[in-house]
Write a protein that binds this ligand. Structure first.
Ligand SMILES: Cc1cc2nc3c(=O)[nH]c(=O)nc-3n(C[C@H](O)[C@H](O)[C@H](O)COP(=O)(O)O)c2cc1C
Length: 195
């Protein structure tokens, strides 16, 4: 199967300040792969914030992918049994979703998509974006770094002085990280200095 035939799931969780950059990453991914399925966490699907309205984001995401977003646990469940995806990207990935993934909780569309997809031993790519990355979420990132089939978009501190525990992935590297993950490799260096 050529690279462009790999089927990608692109899931967005509720780091709303990252959505504009995540949509740019999604556009790049959609330019490389024929089939990209958008997945919205229930929070992403329903939260209007100062960064934009939920309906507007959904419309853009669905238009980039050319297909409707999966936004429920029931909608995500067939991903594993029907082997619908070759790789699942969670971009952005909140501290909340990191905690659930580390604990094996699957009570949202995105965590269910991950659980369902992982049963096939296929890669999940995480693009972290959370203010507590070097605080409460650190242990979850650590647990996930040590888990099979989980790969990280290189990440670093986005504002060491203003937000000393905040971590954000370098979203310009999402396509490269997906390619490496499909080969079973973690893109390096995983810790990126300021970007
Ligand atoms: C305006 C706004 C911005 C947020 N930004 C972030 C963020 O950057 N990172 C994060 O981990 N959570 C952030 N949150 C909190 C998450 O949206 C919240 O934990 C939510 O339950 C996440 O659910 P999900 O992981 O299923 O999408 C933000 C919430 C709001 C309302």
């Amino acid at each position: 199967m050529s690279m462009e035939d790999k089927r990608v799931g692109f899931a967005l969780t509720g780091s709303f300040c990252t959505f504009a950059r995540a949509l740019e990453a999604l556009e790049q991914v959609a330019g490389r792969y024929r089939e990209v399925t958008p997945i919205l966490s229930e929070r992403s699907a329903s939260t209007d914030s100062r960064f934009g309205a939920a309906a507007g984001f959904r419309a853009k995401i669905e238009s980039i992918c050319g297909r409707p977003a999966v936004d429920t646990v029931a909608g995500a469940e067939p991903i594993g049994p029907k082997k619908l995806l070759d790789v699942l990207v969670i971009c952005p990935c909140t501290g909340n979703t990191l905690a659930k993934l580390a604990a094996g909780i699957a009570d949202s569309s995105v965590t269910m998509a991950a659980k369902s997809h992982l049963r096939n031993g296929r890669p999940v790519v995480l693009a972290v974006s959370t203010n507590d990355g070097l605080a409460g979420a650190a242990k979850n990132i650590g647990a996930l770094l040590d888990k099979k089939h989980i790969y990280f978009v290189p990440f670093g501190q986005d504002d060491p002085v203003g937000k000393p525990t905040s971590l954000v992935a370098d979203l310009s590297r999402v396509p490269e990280t997906i390619e490496a993950a499909l080969r079973g490799e973690q893109l390096q260096p995983v810790l990126s200095v300021r970007h």
